[in-house]
Each structure stands twice: as C-alpha cells, then as structure tokens.
Design a protein around this ligand. Sequence first.
Ligand code: ADP
Length: 171
Amino acid sequence: MKLKALQSDITTVKVDVIVNAANTSLLGGGGVDGAIHRKGGAEILEACRKIRATQGKCNPGEAVITTAGNLPAKYVIHAVGPVWNTGGKDKERLLANCYLNSLRLAIENDIKTIAFPNISTGIYKFPKELAAKIAIETVMSFQQDQIEEVIFVCFDEENYKLYDELLRIKK
Ligand code: ADP
C-alpha cells in the first residue's frame, strides 16, 4: 500500500473513493462536506437521506458509503469526525475510528484507491499535528492487501507540510 500527501481540492481527485468529513446528520455542512455535496450533486444527498431514514444519525467515528454523483471518484465514504472542543475524552480513538471504518468500507466495496481529507481539522478544531499522526499511524497499521494507494489530500499548506514530513520519516 502506497501512502502519499497531496495539496489539492479532494473533489477533483480521481480515485475509487474519496472520504468526506461529514457531520452526524449526514445531510451536508460546510468545509469539505459542502464542497463534496455542491460538486457531486443531488444524488449524494439523496443517498445520504436514505441511509438516515434507515439507520438514523451517524455517530462520531462511524462511516457510511454512497455514490459519488458527478464527482470523478466512484464512491464517497462519509466519516464523522469528533469535535475537539466538546465533551468526552475519546477524541483520539474516535478520529482513528474514522480512518479504520473508512478502510473497512473500502475493503468491503473492492476499492483499490482512496483519498482522505484531514478529518476534524477544520470546523471541528482537532489539532492538526495530532490528527496527522493519528491518520498516518492508523492507516499504516491497517493490515490488508487490497488497497493499493492511500492519498491524504490536504487543502491548506500547514497540513500538507505536516503530512509530507511525517510520511518522509515513516518511509
Ligand atoms: P471538520 O468539520 O471535520 O473539521 P472541515 O470540512 O471543516 O471538517 O475540515 C476538514 C479538513 O478539510 C480541513 O483541513 C479543511 O481545510 C479541509 N478542506 C476543506 N475543503 C476541502 C476540499 N475541498 N478538499 C479537501 N480538503 C478540504
């Protein structure tokens, strides 16, 4: 499995699946979530609504998969990150679960290439360096032989530099 960092807009990345930093409602929000729904079109929201209707809200750490609508990817995995500033002590574990549950869904759906945004590091205020360490360590320790490439898509330069540096050290 190849890991790489890319500074880009995740809605433009051509991989089997892109991961969305969703919220518990699954019905769209700001940041990367807003961009994915805007560019992906109504089909994604419709699929999210159906999932909501059958299983209710999605808890932090959990993930669901839908079509990618008009995006270049085939699917979108909607993972709900933890909010840094409110309640609970398990934020690190919940953030790791976002990556783990996304990878599990990718395996179940025969996915070979996956792109992650920097979940929880925007509106949810998770410290960027800690989030990057958790993301990389969780993905690296995930045992499997199906996924060929994992791309960490960083929107801001600070995150890109963190990922680029951490991935260099781990090599
Ligand atoms: P959260 O609520 O999980 O913090 P945000 O969408 O606010 O979600 O931010 C998560 C990360 O996604 C942030 O690092 C933000 O800079 C980044 N981001 C925002 N828009 C995009 C985009 N179009 N492509 C990739 N990453 C994005």
